[in-house]
Write a protein that binds this ligand. Structure first.
Ligand code: GAP
Length: 435
């Protein structure tokens, strides 16, 4: 685990995980692009999540709702009112803006160091505004969604009418969300454009607090077990019971799962009891009828929510290690951008290159299709190993002169650096078992 965010930022840039956005135009503050390896990592996180919470459960179905929704959605959800605002203060000297809760009024401005310079706090709404169609008029104002959640509430009845779902059940969605954050920063931790993985889990109106608490606890356990599945050490996770007054406007209870990022304990994920707040605001009539009792009601909602970018950042921070010169990302194989790498020992020996290509193709196109696999024929083998360690590739396969004689290859393990020699025909099964 690293205590330096600079090392992660530098590795991400150097190796093609994450680049500064619009870099050739001088960048755009706090926007980031996921490069060839970053997109693999991010997709692996999303695939694992979808498989775990949608495909492997009978009580959850998926959704991919539009990003720009009718502005009435945001009136009903409370996002256009003070509930979704931060208090903003401005330094009268350097004009830098800050979130009021991150500034102590009697302290100097963190930017210019002047004292007693802050304006009175004013409300700043975090919604990202845009216009639909060519005329930039009030009637055409629309907003980019600040959370994926509302799609699941607004489509509640459509999902219900078209899938064999009965309460309790959940709707899951992965997608982009936008917030006009006052103080983005800490690399991909807080950005204005980010991705969420959310579940709205609908339950019958609880008769007492135990009713919803048990579902809340079930999701708390699910979230903890997810964090282990992506390789986070639970010793680095801290649960924060968010006090009343600091919770989102819709929440009766919230737990933040904070992670030990190099820049401090910060929110990684959240779990909230949203009550029937959202469905009641969107549906004037109860949208659910219990088939057995005949009762109609507005279901209540437990909402576990995960940030994709924060997941990627936590995984990078957690798995980064140094061993002398060697830098390693000890990624879980399921998250590693490349599952293996293949090296012909010498690039200028056509026989070796041809044999390595043959093995590469057999792994990629074989029945167990191991993808993606990196190909590297440059530099000495030691450097190639180091290069793969740094991007988290679990196994390196070397094709050498002995391979040409007896069809065996060496397989090196990233974490132990131990090498074994295997017959070519056992390679695919060895990799599949260990990935
Ligand atoms: N639907 C509930 C909701 O949106 P939230 O706590 O505001 O709750 C959920 O956001 C998750 O989205 C956070 O736990 C975090 O992982 C991620 N997230 C929120 N704002 C973010 C930002 N500005 N940049 C990156 N990720 C963010």
């Amino acid at each position: 685990m690293t205590d330096s965010i600079e090392k992660i930022v530098s590795l991400c840039k150097r190796r093609g995980f994450i680049f500064p956005g619009s870099e050739i135009y001088g960048g755009l503050a706090n926007s980031w692009d996921y490069g060839p390896l970053g997109v693999e990592l991010k997709n692996n996180i999303k695939k694992l999540w979808w498989s775990r919470f949608v495909h492997q459960r009978q009580d959850i179905v998926g959704l991919d709702a539009a990003l720009i929704m009718n502005p009435k959605v945001w009136e009903a959800s409370g996002h256009l009112s003070a509930g979704f605002s931060d208090q903003l203060v401005e330094c009268k000297n350097c004009h830098e803006r800050f979130r009021a809760d991150q500034i102590e009024n009697d302290k100097a401005c963190p930017n210019c160091d002047k004292k007693d310079v802050f304006t009175e706090p004013k409300q700043f709404n975090l919604m990202f505004k845009t216009f639909i169609g060519p005329a930039e008029e009030k009637a055409n104002i629309a907003y980019l969604r600040p959370e994926t959640a509302q799609g699941m509430f607004v489509d509640f009845k459509n999902v219900l009418d078209t899938s064999r779902t009965t309460v309790p059940f959940g709707i899951a969605q992965i997608g982009k969300a936008f917030r006009n954050e006052i103080t983005p920063g800490n690399f991909i931790f807080r950005t204005r454009e980010f991705e969420q993985m959310e579940i709205e889990y609908f339950i019958a109106p609880p008769k007492d607090d135990n009713d919803w608490q048990s579902v809340f606890d079930m999701w708390r356990e699910e979230m903890r077990s997810w964090m282990e599945a992506i390789g986070l050490d639970l010793a680095h996770i801290h649960e924060l019971e968010v006090p009343e007054g600091e919770r989102a406007h819709y929440s009766k209870r919230t737990i933040d799962f904070e992670y030990d990022f190099p820049f401090g304990h910060k929110e990684l994920y959240g779990l909230a009891y949203r009550t029937d707040f959202d469905l009641k605001n969107h549906f004037s009539q109860p949208p659910y009828r219990d088939g057995q009792t005949g009762d109609s009601y507005w279901p209540h909602v437990i909402e576990p929510t995960w940030g994709v970018d924060r997941s990627a950042l936590a995984v990078l921070c957690e798995t980064y290690a140094e061993d002398g010169e060697r830098k390693i990302l000890k990624l879980k194989p399921s998250l590693a951008p490349y599952k293996a790498a293949i090296f012909p020992l010498l690039a200028n020996k056509p026989d070796l290159v041809a044999k390595a290509r043959e093995i590469y193709k057999s792994l990629v196109n074989g029945s167990s299709s191991i993808v993606p696999i990196a190909w590297d024929d440059r530099g000495n083998i030691g450097k190639r190993y180091y290069s793969q360690d740094e991007i988290g590739t679990p196994f390196c396969i070397t094709v050498d002169f002995q391979t040409l004689e007896d069809n065996t290859v060496t397989v090196r393990n990233r974490d132990t650096t131990k090498q074994i020699r295997l017959p070519g025909e056992k390679l695919a099964s060895h990799l599949t078992e260990n990935l």
